[in-house]
Ligand binder design. Structure first.
Ligand code: GUN
Length: 287
């Protein structure tokens, strides 16, 4: 059986490091990073993510403000709020939880966040920097995935990596990060003609599609490293269950390393967000 990459354990270590860094910032500068999270509407998954982010900040000694806004907020009103936080010297990171209601243009909102306060790394200038292989604030999930991959000690350079999914939040940026690490990267998606063939060639397989258990053992190369980004809530025998995009039970015997769901990529996303908040603090405070 493959070794399990515990995002839970790794994120605990990172969170402890962040806490120590925050204490040092407080001692040296008399202030701690402040993250503002804006949540629009009533999406249950978004609410739980935002709650988890606030809780993780508190544990790490990071100040956080969660601003909940009605679904009916106008785009202009939201842009005005972002502008106020941009101008507030005591705000170091601004995160607008996605998705946003349909009447709000997500691109406009992300563009409005001051680049140095863009903890999510979603501002077009930060996206471009990642694309160009430059130093940038990395989106939290891809950053967490790279941290997990590196924790295995497996060399990424020269390996074939398959990323299933082409979202702006995960698929595209994680592909760029793998490319920066000199992997040979393929991006597969819903229109890919022969997914199994592509998958069977992959030494590193990242599944980020949002389809429960879609990656099965017959699609995985012996000894591959498998990263499961899926967060799918399904019903099994009348019980609600959280499963990934990878059929863990069958794939674990073929993979050399595999991430579980829950307890894999999810906790790493939050740990990476905390790291990003410190990076934003450093930029905003010009340290
Ligand atoms: N929605 C799902 N994942 C994310 C994320 O990482 N950041 C934000 N802002 N919204 C999300």
């Amino acid at each position: 059986m493959g070794e399990i990459i515990s995002g839970k354990a790794l994120s605990k270590t990172i969170r402890a490091e962040v806490k120590t860094q925050v204490e040092a910032l407080q001692a040296k500068h008399g202030k701690v990073p402040h993250l503002v999270v804006i949540l629009v509407g009533e999406d249950a998954a978004s609410e739980s993510y935002v709650k988890a982010k606030g809780k993780a900040c508190a544990k790490a000694g990071i100040r956080s403000t969660i601003l909940k806004k009605e679904e009916t907020i106008t785009e202009d009103e939201l842009l005005k709020i972002i502008q106020e936080f941009n101008e507030d010297p005591d705000t170091h990171g601004i995160l607008v939880q996605l998705p946003l209601p349909k009447h709000i243009d997500e691109n406009k909102v992300l563009l409005a966040i001051q680049k140095e306060k863009d903890v999510d790394g979603f501002h077009p200038l930060n996206v471009a920097a990642v694309h160009l292989g430059q130093e940038a604030i990395l989106p939290a999930t891809p950053k967490g995935i790279l941290t997990m991959l590196k924790s295995t000690g497996v060399e990424i350079k020269g390996k074939k990596a398959l990323v299933i999914g082409r979202s702006n939040i995960v698929g595209k940026p994680v592909s760029m990060l793998l490319l920066k690490e000199h992997a040979t990267v393929t991006i597969a998606h819903s229109r890919t003609l022969d997914m199994k063939k592509e998958a069977l060639e992959a030494d590193i397989l990242v599944a980020a599609v949002g389809r429960p258990n879609m990656v099965t053992a017959d699609m995985v190369k012996e000894g591959a490293v498998v990263i499961d980004v899926g967060v799918n809530r399904i019903e099994v025998n009348g019980e609600r269950k959280l499963v990934g995009d990878v059929d863990f039970e069958s794939v674990k015997d073929k993979a050399s390393f595999i991430t579980p769901v829950p307890g894999g990529v999810g906790p790493m996303t939050i740990a990476s967000l905390l790291q990003n908040t410190i990076e934003c603090f450093t930029m905003v405070e010009k340290l």
